[in-house]
Write a protein that binds this ligand. Sequence first.
Ligand code: PMP
Length: 355
Amino acid sequence: MEQVEVDLIWHNGELVAWEDAKVHVLTHGLHYGTGVFDSMRAYATTHGTAIFRNRDHLARLFKSAELYYMPIPFSLEQLRAATHELLAANQLHECYIRPIVFRGYGQMGLYPLDCPVEVSIAAWPWGAYLGEEGARHGIRAKVSSWRRIPHDSLIPHAKASGQYLNSVLAKVEASKAGYQEAILLDSRGFVCEGSGENVYAVSEGRILTPPQTASILDGINRKSLIQIARDRGYEVIERDLARAELYLADEVFLSGTAAELVPVREIDDHVIGAGEPGPITGELQRVFDDALHGRDPRYRDWLDLVEVPADRTDAVAGVLADPTAGVAEVPADRTAGVAEVPADRTAGVAGPAVR
Ligand code: PMP
């Protein structure tokens, strides 16, 4: 699958052309993995375009950065405003958003604190990470031979670039073996999470999910689903799970920003439950989808509404008219692309114009 591109990326306080958002080859983060990132999604909701739990994602980004000694040279509210500016300038009504904070070009060597801290935010239309088919009918997963990074070697609670080599190994292994996703065990051998998702098992009507001490990333969607499930009267238990408890579960599902809520129908060739998404998974998926799209008033507070102009020409002109918006670097000929862009970016999600 090719990367979908849009016009502008926010980089260190300015909107720059997508193709100009570049770094030096001696960027510290490129060599030593000294970066932290997060991911959000914006949805076309009943209230307009909204980023799901934007402040919570940004708060996690700040915590990840602090854990790896990276002072972010912007406030949380500045980065939140930047996400809004970026979506408006690219006229994105539904998209994936990727902020990254990293140690830039300065001095090589493992001591990073003299390198500048750079911040970028990119956004682009991105459909279901594990496929529409997977979201509807469930995916096949494989327990990885790679264990999730232990909490006394790195910081699983931080979303740090270098740590994702662990997920990359698991993802490639699972994919080469013909599965859509990997499930990693922690260093003790208990169930941890997917390569980019938290994992849940439904057993006798209760929802089980690994605890913070099992080296998980504390997913924003995990928090949301635990709340939704409890609001609907389900018992949610955070406890260690043995590998075979997944095989024996009535239902298994995953959650993450890229994947959203995805049922798992097979693990290591063991059919889970009836081999199709179970009733509790289906119910949570429906309520979660309502929450994401603003259809459930109970979860309205999770939406960070963004003003995205309906017409792309207005978006670019509006931003250019505002000198504080920092788009002075956008070359004049970018406007040439305006006519070629579909009137509604959401159209790009179904069949993205890949450049
Ligand atoms: N675990 C890992 C390793 C992840 O990369 C992600 C995706 N961010 C998650 C869990 C789920 O987190 P969230 O629900 O915040 O996207």
